[in-house]
Ligand binder design. Structure first.
Ligand SMILES: Cc1cc2nc3c(=O)[nH]c(=O)nc-3n(C[C@H](O)[C@H](O)[C@H](O)COP(=O)(O)OP(=O)(O)OC[C@H]3O[C@@H](n4cnc5c(N)ncnc54)[C@H](O)[C@@H]3O)c2cc1C
Length: 313
């Protein structure tokens, strides 16, 4: 695959203007929970909001192809990798006002950290975020939720960069959050980057908050195939009584393997990388699920995970 023609110039500009030392041909597999994916032409790891804003604006003004990666927990990156600049977002600042219950976080803060910061301040409402192995930006993008909690229930608003580089504070309503759907997945959010978000939490009993976090940890250990690379739930649950997992199981696909990729025997809506899986194999299993559920139940499954990179779609 030919690399991106402006790579060398882009690398020099990132270093000269922002002090970023971007890596060439960096493997992306290690930056995703599925542990698959080829290289990025240029990978910049960014640790603060100021530099994130600067790098995105630079890429926008130059017309560089740009991909933002959070914790890589909802993506499958193609075996050919990603052309252009990939920003690995690790801007993880946060402020907590225990009196008002307002927490402001940079988009690179991990959701697990959000839950512990809130717990330490005696704030309740964010316990469920412990279960989401992404960061704030990825969680807003995905409209993530778990254990009866949804990001939409606690978010007040988000700071975003539009595709033209202008910055705006968007209130919750403008984020268009619904079940695993947000403005960032649709037309309105094309090219937008989430810089940070603000959450409204409530004062709570520290003992109860700690107990809730412990309960979430226990539930996950018992019900999810943790410790094996995956991207969590592969499909959204369709409307109706049957979950995506139940439909895949009923189609007889539980445990089905293609190469190193396997439909989990514990939770049929998860595809696992059993070792050495390729993105192409995961894609094949994904397509098999769609085709078989369509054939056996007449239901079209919609993807929750996103396929990124060259040849991904
Ligand atoms: C073991 C496991 C369990 C999981 N459990 C849950 C669960 O209980 N509930 C749930 O909702 N999800 C769950 N997930 C899925 C995943 O963790 C969430 O969707 C998460 O919110 C993704 O965040 P991320 O930072 O990893 O995003 P990434 O996977 O890095 O990115 C996802 C998409 O968001 C875009 N993006 C990322 N950051 C930004 C930004 N700052 N601005 C604009 N776009 C951005 C990326 O370009 C990409 O298109 C699970 C995943 C795993 C592996």
């Amino acid at each position: 695959m030919p690399v991106w023609s402006e790579r060398d110039e882009a690398g020099r500009e990132l270093e000269r203007r922002l002090g970023i030392r971007a890596e060439r041909d960096a493997s992306l597999a290690e930056h995703t929970t599925m542990r698959v994916g080829g290289p990025a032409d240029l990978l910049a790891t960014i640790r603060d909001r100021f530099t994130l804003r600067g790098a995105v604006r630079l890429a926008q003004s130059r017309g560089w192809p740009l991909t933002i990666l959070g914790r890589g927990s909802n993506v499958v990156i193609s075996d050919a990798g990603i052309r252009g600049l990939v920003i690995l977002n690790r801007s993880a600042g946060a402020t907590v006002d225990a009196a008002t219950g307002v927490v402001s976080a940079d988009s690179g803060l991990s959701m697990a950290k959000l839950s512990t910061i809130a717990a330490e301040a005696g704030l309740t409402g964010a316990e469920f975020t412990l279960a989401i192995p992404g960061n704030v930006g990825g969680a807003v993008w995905a409209s993530a939720g778990a254990h009866g909690g949804e990001i939409a229930q606690i978010i007040q608003g988000a700071t975003i960069l539009h595709a033209d580089g202008s910055e705006e504070e968007l209130p919750r309503e403008a984020l268009e959050l619904s079940y695993r759907s947000s403005r960032f997945k649709g037309e309105a959010g094309r090219g937008e980057v989430i810089l940070g978000a603000t959450f409204q939490l409530q004062r709570g009993d520290p003992e109860l908050i700690r107990g809730q976090l412990e309960e979430i940890r226990r539930w996950r250990r018992e019900h999810q195939p943790l410790g094996i690379p995956s991207a969590g739930s592969v499909f959204r649950n369709p409307p109706g009584d049957q979950s995506a997992g139940a439909l895949i199981e009923a189609a007889g696909l539980k445990g089905r393997r293609i190469g190193g990729a396997e439909i989990s025997t514990m939770h049929a809506n998860w595809i696992l990388n059993r070792g050495g899986a390729t993105a192409a194999e995961i894609r094949e299993l994904h397509e098999l699920c769609v085709a078989e559920v369509q054939r056996t139940a007449g239901i079209t499954l919609e993807s929750e995970i996103v396929f990124l990179g060259e040849g991904a779609k």
